[in-house]
Design a protein around this ligand. Structure first.
Ligand code: GLA
Length: 387
């Protein structure tokens, strides 16, 4: 196990809720607990039925996730005036998700992010992976976890309602060794937290790095640029990349660079500066090294605020890294929900993960999962508003 699954803060929060609830009547409890419903979303060309699960809490926050790609398809939260808006990108139809090459909302893996030259050596053997990003492999290859049909089961646990998606990735899929058993759970709490839990086991040593690839725009309903969003990343260093976005291996301080987001800073404030790293990324497309301060478990990683709507998003994770991608490849050619074109930098991707290309960097935290071990990883997205 890489990190203890439940951070102290979360344990405290849960036990606080238990205590507060103990005097409530059963009726209050039942009506205030989040609920989960399931419905058919569509049918794949091979006949596979894709289901969508809706999680809703008493504040009206609603998260939808479907079994194709274990993808988040929508998240509706209120702005400071109480008006609900959908704060993630996506499509209206399954067909569009099947054609999608931008990764709108899915679980990405087996190895989120890039592996250099689509190869790595493990225990003396070299493995060749699918090449799908220049000379590199990206997000699990040509047919990553985002294109797999997972099996979804709804659950209610304590005051959390959610869905668990399971998928078995066969030995050799996209070049990765080992039969990988994966589970991804999305749970919605009464405190407006979306808790994402990942679990994986394998029958052969293999690299694993799974993440959520939602595109966020806190204006709601995909409206406008994200350059006005304020971003904080709890990281004093990041991993600079080469021109193909592969880390050089250096851990560089953010101090004095456009990568210093330790205090809330508009995403657009420095994105246009002349800087080799920004040039390589066509904007931000980098991994930050979270300041864990020796702590294992869940730590706060980042916060996004939209000054216009007042919406806030806090992210906590058990992972060591955080990829922030500023939607640089969006160019209006992809049409999403309601047929709207998704234009340049109108959404950001915030991926909690291990560092890119870890299998080729012995100095990075290891991503190798071995038989008998269980990978457990948790990320919590908390939705709020500021006045
Ligand atoms: C990730 C990568 C980006 C881009 C997007 C998908 O976030 O880091 O470079 O490939 O996925 O468009």
């Amino acid at each position: 196990m890489r990190y203890s699954l439940v951070g102290l803060a979360l344990v405290a929060a849960c036990s606080g809720r238990e205590a507060a609830r103990s005097g409530d009547s059963a009726v209050t409890l039942a009506s205030s607990a989040p609920v989960v419903t399931r419905a058919t979303f569509g049918t794949l060309p091979d006949g596979g039925v894709v289901e969508q699960f809706s999680l809703k809490n008493a504040h009206g926050i609603e998260v939808r996730a479907m079994s194709y790609g274990a993808s988040i398809t929508s998240i509706k939260t209120p702005d400071r005036a109480g008006a609900f808006g959908d704060i993630v990108f996506g499509y209206d139809s399954l067909g569009a998700y099947i054609r999608d090459a931008s990764y709108f909302g899915p679980t990405v893996g087996r190895f989120a992010n890039r592996i250099a030259r689509a190869r790595f050596t493990l225990d003396g053997r070299t493995y060749a992976l699918a090449v799908n990003d220049g000379v590199n492999t990206l997000h699990g290859g040509r047919r990553g976890l985002n294109k797999a049909l997972w099996r979804g089961e709804p659950f209610t646990r304590g005051d959390t309602a959610g869905v668990t998606f399971r998928y078995t990735s066969p030995d050799g899929e996209e070049g990765y060794p080992g039969t990988l058993q994966l589970a991804v759970s999305y749970g919605l709490t009464p405190n407006n937290e979306l808790v994402i839990d990942y679990e994986a086991t394998t029958d052969k040593p293999t690299p694993v790095n799974v993440s959520q690839h939602g595109y966020w725009n806190l204006h709601g309903d995909g409206r406008g640029t994200i350059l006005d969003h304020l971003l904080t990343i709890d990281a004093s260093s990041y991993t600079p990349v080469d021109s193909t976005l592969i880390p050089t291996g250096k851990i560089a301080p953010v101090d004095g660079t456009p990568f210093d987001f330790r205090t809330p800073t508009a995403i657009g404030a420095r994105i246009g500066q002349t800087d080799t790293q920004l040039r390589f990324g066509k904007g931000y497309d980098h991994n930050w090294v979270l300041d864990r301060g020796g702590r294992t478990g869940l730590v706060h990683a980042a916060r996004v605020t939209d000054p216009t709507s007042g919406r806030t998003l806090d992210i906590a994770t058990t992972e060591p890294g955080f990829q922030f991608y500023s939607g640089n490849f969006l160019d209006g050619s992809v049409h999403g929900k309601g047929g709207q074109p998704y234009a340049h930098r109108t959404a950001i991707v915030l991926e909690t993960q291990h560092f890119p290309d870890s299998p080729n960097h012995a100095s990075f935290p290891s991503t190798i999962l071995r038989p008998g071990d269980t990978l457990r990883s948790r990320t919590v997205f908390t939705f709020g508003v500021t006045r």
